[in-house]
Design a protein. Structure first.
Length: 282
């Protein structure tokens, strides 16, 4: 696989937006054989330069051909299969991300932390950037370290732009939860709101917590924490309307840590304390 050891030897680290990037490896080569299901502890950015193949994830399958780009986060199980009659060729950049303690709005580095998997057709010139990187790693002329860092930053920037601002004639593909997963999520928030955790829901869905959080936002338009709170408050209002229970009992049964927590969240959601709501429903 081409120049696969060069970045390992350099051990390059550099800031990128609100994160630090640790370059692990880079390679360019032809897949003479397929790679069965596996995962990595780091990010992998793949750019297909020729041939045909397939990417297999836990719940989806994607055709790969020249010009396609995909990003895999750590611990995402996948298999990469090549067409033995038209072996796939690719560039691959492996890297780690270390968050910086920076407050503020979304910045470019956060894109990678918030992503499990993306795939799309390149419309930003990734092939030229990778080709220049290969030449710099091979020739190592004066100033090559500066050039390599600049090219890696460019490759990461083009990646973000490809995925966040795709050209109008193409679509960004993402893994989509099937009907079964949607049903499991609905049931979890409806019946297990008291003890439900993001990790527990992720285990039910057979996904990573980060992937689960993203699916929740796609389906419900809010975060796991906010949706769980809505579920608990909905249950609380039903219990109040059915009467027969004290507010402190309702707070405990709905999963609130104490009555003060219940009081605060209820008033924030409904604009009145639970006792006033109870009086209205008498």
């Amino acid at each position: 696989m081409g120049f696969e050891s060069s970045l390992r030897e350099i051990k390059m680290n550099f800031p990128f937006g609100d994160v630090n990037i640790k370059a692990i490896d880079a390679s360019h080569g032809v897949f003479m054989r397929s790679f069965p299901r596996h995962m990595h502890s780091f990010y992998e950015l793949h750019y297909i330069t020729g041939g045909q193949g397939r990417l297999i994830l836990e719940d989806a399958e994607y055709e790969l051909s020249k010009g396609y780009l995909f990003l895999l986060a750590p611990k995402v199980h996948h298999a990469q299969l090549t067409d033995t009659n038209n072996c796939m060729e690719e560039y691959c950049f492996s890297f780690e991300i270390q968050p910086k303690k920076v407050k503020g709005d979304f910045t470019i580095g956060r894109f990678f932390i918030d992503s499990d998997f993306y795939i799309c057709a390149d419309r930003r010139g990734m092939d030229l950037a990778f080709a220049e990187l290969e030449l710099e790693l091979k020739n190592r002329e004066l100033g090559y370290m500066i050039a390599i860092q600049s090219l890696l930053e460019r490759i990461l920037l083009l990646t973000v732009r490809n995925f966040l601002y795709p050209a109008s004639e193409m679509q960004v593909l993402r893994t989509v939860p099937d009907d079964r997963r949607s049903l499991l999520m609905d049931e979890a928030f409806l019946y297990t709101y008291k003890t439900l955790t993001l990790e527990g829901l992720a285990e039910i869905l057979n996904l990573s917590p980060r992937h689960t959080e993203r699916l929740i936002y796609e389906k419900y338009g809010t975060s796991f924490t906010k949706l769980r709170m809505q579920s608990r408050l909905n249950a609380a209002t039903n219990m109040i309307e059915n009467k027969g229970k004290r507010l402190s009992e309702i707070a405990e049964e709905c999963g609130f840590s104490n009555y003060n927590h219940f009081f605060k969240e209820f008033k924030k959601e409904y604009g009145m304390p639970p006792s006033e709501y109870q009086n209205i429903k008498k």
